[in-house]
Design a protein around this ligand. Structure first.
Ligand code: TPP
Length: 373
């Protein structure tokens, strides 16, 4: 009997031919390699991420943890699963918990898992936007697991906070967090960009539970968010509207008209967050049209700006908490981020704006995200 403990990561699995379906390993499981089977006992909460290696399309399968259960899903025949330690997670950056009870460690672990889902999802789809999805995911994790008033079982609940992903091409990040939050099953992620899938390349409010507005044409989502915030005021509702922009969107004229209008209407129920990874599809934002000084620009348009490191949960939490406490004007969080964050060969590389990793790149990315370097 081997007890998995600490934050070791293991590949959990077993050799099996032609098995299809779902396996639940709860507390104890049978695992082995090349015909030698062993009983394993573990506490799922101590194994936040587990990788399953298989021969299927050369792409790793994925297991999730929910409560004390590790659920392993696979969509097709399983050729080979092997059991092997894949290393330790790197040390977490922040304190596990703050005085006001924010579960930073949990948020970091979830964001790590969501990064793996993003990479795997785009690899399986054969196309998508890795860089901007990975830069945005810490903020999205915070929003959906701490900040937003939502009910996954009732996506159209009238009193919900609204979220608009104005940089809609980063839909994989939003889909990953919506699945993790329970808006739809995780298996849906493997249908990304399929012709009849509910998960299209850009968010579609007619197809996907949890999507408040269809987006993808840069600049337009922001205007929709402004309209939603105005509607909330007119209807005397207390929901907030959160909208995420890319730094290239700050270059659009449409955005500044809506920004000016928001201030005029006193939309203090509107919080924008700029995923300022400083790259766009074909180059460095600064060299295309410099958007700095960002804070001064927004302040000039009557918004209250805050600038943070968009990968530090302490700063993310403080920025949203402070923004909510201020009345009378719209607020913007300028989050400095790294495009491709978490996968070293994608970080700050313009060409990883879009395109899918091949099998070897996918394996390398997942190993790095699992802490197996
Ligand atoms: C109006 C409009 N023009 C062009 C595009 C094509 N496009 C898709 S992503 C992108 C660049 C986005 O850069 P940024 O907003 O900085 O996002 P990130 O770097 O976070 O991916 C462009 C120009 C678009 N989606 N909408």
């Amino acid at each position: 009997m081997h007890l998995l403990c600490g934050r070791e990561l293991f590949n959990l699995g077993f050799i099996s031919q032609g098995v299809q379906g779902q396996s639940r390993l709860n507390g104890q499981g049978l695992a082995g390699r090349f015909g030698q089977f062993h009983n394993y006992s573990f506490n799922a909460l101590e194994v936040p991420l587990a990788l399953l290696k298989s021969g299927r399309n050369g792409v790793d399968l994925f297991s999730t943890f929910k409560g004390h259960t590790i659920e392993i899903n696979w969509p097709g025949p399983l050729l080979l699963l092997e059991l092997a330690p894949v290393g330790r997670q790197p040390p977490l950056q922040s304190n596990p918990m703050t005085a006001d009870g924010i579960p930073f460690q949990d948020l970091q672990a979830r964001a790590r898992k969501l990064r793996m889902l993003i990479v795997r999802m785009i690899a399986m789809a054969g196309s998508g936007h890795c860089g901007g999805s990975l830069s945005a995911i810490d903020i999205l994790t915070y929003l959906y697991f701490y900040e937003l008033r939502v009910r996954p079982e009732a996506p159209l609940w009238a009193e919900r906070d609204r979220f608009v992903l104005s940089k809609g091409h980063c839909a994989p990040a939003l889909y990953a967090v919506l699945a993790e939050r329970g808006f739809f099953p995780e298996e849906k992620l493997w249908t990304l960009r399929d012709i009849n899938s509910t998960l299209q390349g850009h968010p579609d409010m007619r197809k996907t539970p949890g999507i408040d507005i269809t987006s993808g044409s840069l600049g337009q989502g922001f205007s929709c968010a402004v309209g939603m915030a105005l509607a909330g005021k007119m209807d005397h509702q207390d929901y907030r509207v959160y909208v995420m922009l890319g730094d290239s969107e700050v270059q659009t004229g449409l955005l500044w008209e809506a920004a000016m209008f928001s201030r005029h209407q006193g939309l203090d129920n509107l919080i924008a967050v700029i995923d300022n990874n400083q790259l766009q599809s074909d180059g460095v934002t600064k060299t295309i049209v410099d958007i700095e000084p960002l804070a001064e620009k927004w302040r000039g348009f009557g918004w209250e700006p805050r600038r943070i490191d968009g990968h530090d949960f302490h700063q993310i939490h403080a920025a949203f908490a402070e923004s909510k406490s201020l009345n009378g004007q719209p607020k913007v969080v300028i989050a400095d981020t790294v495009k491709g964050k978490g996968v070293s060969f994608m970080e700050n590389v313009v060409s990883w704006h879009s395109g899918a990793p091949d099998s070897a790149q996918t394996q390398a990315a997942l190993r790095e995200l699992a802490g197996d370097l």
